[in-house]
Design a protein around this ligand. Structure first.
Ligand SMILES: *Cc1c(COP(=O)(O)O)cnc(C)c1O
Length: 501
């Protein structure tokens, strides 16, 4: 299977080329030429498989220049029970008398956020892809982070031969725990840099560096090639499709649903990567009724699904769910391409308008087809706080602020629709990663003021009876190794200084 760019058909790429490049040379995103289907036999066979095996099967459908054996060796290393526990991505029934709600816990990996699922695997895919494409240059992973991608990518690529990794994070747009996790990263090839600005500034800076062909040539002459670990890289997205397939198979084998029965999937959304993976799972043949796209107060997607107008010219809010504080949801470009029947001219024009004018409006036909499947909604911080407390009271589960955005939107959707469909909630982070906001929700607004993050993390552990994840323990006693802070105009220069010295 070949990959094409959402902005034109200039050339077709193999899966490994798409992974090495990260972003298409014309600035578009790579998408598969067609979407592979899961046969009934595939699904029946998966009933006897564990997550890493299901993952390899799903990957093999998309990445056909890899064999399934090869992929199995990567997924078994990436999802080693030593790092994740026996169950990589547990699907937990909310409580014993509720047969409708299931929470897909995606945060049992090294950095306690869902991004580990893809980023523990991507380095394996990347090194193999480099080999397969005959690339001999050093690969530099260049990434902008809203908090969780950064650390997950650093952990994945740390000390990986033949790679450097540079992470830009918004100076005050990430949680204290997220920041500490990143700036204490060890490894001889890791570089973590604060950018004075918000996530969109950092992401735009990174995209501009990728689009600068003169800069690419300069790096190339110095023996370096850039690639991306953001969800714009197809290699980031495809491992995420696997856990939606897994959750469906798991519901089937636990006899919670019948063969062919559709489910809803609720995803707290920022860059639109995680929910797009759910959309691909549906296209592969997993029966899905509604995809519920949950936003925080930066509700650009929610407005888009109701009006068809994507408008980034608006006030930017810093919320208690910082990994979703995003106004430019890059992966929507892939969905637009697919839903317009693969129309690169349309996509290119909308992206031009977004870049030059700050907004675009899709045609009524495109909007209608989006609205048949997607339900958008947004929650503010008070709503998120109430939802955390409500879910805890109702079910004894402590959820993080991002996951709570999903529950909040779903609860309102269900009230107006009375939809009884079984529902899977993507739980995207451990509550410990956002402990101050979670404890404020459980103990009352302002509770964590004046308490150190470390104290609040300990108190959350006592309150919930949950163990503090390894990746978050003792953060403040670790040495700070990355102190550089720059202006957004200086990102390219900084990359050059690091890579070409
Ligand atoms: C990244 C992230 C999100 C948003 O995921 P997208 O794929 O960018 O939509 C949601 N929750 C958490 C905890 C995250 O780290």
């Amino acid at each position: 299977m070949k990959y094409i760019s959402t902005r034109g058909y200039d050339r077709k790429y193999s899966a490994s080329e798409a992974i090495v490049l990260g972003i298409a040379p014309d600035g578009g995103l790579f998408v598969p030429e067609s979407i592979p289907l899961l046969s009934e036999d595939d699904i029946a066979e998966m009933a006897n498989m564990s997550f890493y095996q299901i993952s390899a099967r799903v990957l093999s459908k998309f990445l056909d220049d890899f064999t399934e054996e090869e992929l199995l060796s990567y997924t078994s290393q990436a999802y080693d029970p030593e790092k994740w526990g026996e169950n990589t991505v547990p699907l937990v029934q909310m409580n014993s008398y509720n047969e409708r709600e299931y929470i897909l816990e995606l945060w049992h990996g090294p950095t306690a956020a869902f991004k580990d699922v893809a980023l523990q695997l991507l380095p394996h895919l990347m090194t193999a892809s480099i080999r397969k494409t005959g690339e001999s240059k050093k690969i530099c992973i260049l990434t902008a982070t809203s908090g969780d991608t950064g650390k997950a990518a650093l952990e994945g690529f740390k000390d990986l031969p033949g790679t450097e990794i540079i992470v830009f994070y918004p100076s005050d747009g990430v949680s204290e725990a997220q920041k500490l996790q990143m700036i204490t990263t060890t490894g001889s090839n890791t570089h973590v840099i604060a950018v004075n600005g918000c996530f969109d500034d950092a992401q735009t800076g990174v995209k501009n560096i990728f689009a600068d062909t003169a800069f690419a040539e300069k790096l190339s002459a110095g023996g370096v090639k850039l690639s991306s670990a953001n969800s714009i890289n197809w290699g980031r997205l495809v491992p995420q499709i696997a856990y939606y397939v897994y959750s469906y198979v798991d519901l089937l084998r636990r006899e919670k649903i019948e063969k062919g029965e559709a489910i809803n999937i609720v995803v707290p959304t920022g860059n639109f990567g995680n929910i797009l993976a759910a959309w691909y799972a549906k296209q592969m043949g997993i029966p899905v009724k509604k995809l519920i796209c949950a936003s925080n107060r930066n509700k650009v997607l929610c407005d888009f699904f109701s009006s068809g107008k994507y408008d980034r010219k608006r006030e930017f809010f810093k919320t208690t769910s910082p990994s979703m504080d995003i106004l430019i949801s890059s992966n929507l470009e892939r969905l637009l391409f697919e839903i317009t029947g693969k129309d690169p001219a349309k996509v290119k024009e909308w992206m031009r308008q977004l870049f030059e004018e700050g907004s675009y409006t899709v045609d009524p036909k495109t909007l209608r087809s989006l609205q048949m499947l997607f339900v958008g909604g947004f929650a503010d911080e008070t709503g998120v706080s109430k939802t955390i407390l409500d879910v805890y009271d109702r079910t004894d589960n402590v959820i993080d602020t991002h996951t709570a955005v999903g529950f909040n939107i779903y609860n309102r959707y269900r009230q107006r629709s009375s939809d009884e469909t079984k529902t899977v909630f993507a739980s995207t982070a451990s509550p410990f990663k956002f402990a101050p906001a979670v404890m404020d929700a459980l103990r009352g607004a302002g509770y964590s003021n004046g308490r150190s993050t470390e104290t609040v993390i300990k108190e959350l552990s006592e309150e919930s009876g949950l163990e503090i994840p390894e990746g978050i323990r003792d953060l403040s006693s670790k040495e700070i190794l990355h102190k550089l802070m720059i202006e957004k105009e200086d990102m390219e220069k900084t990359v050059e200084n690091i890579l070409l010295q």
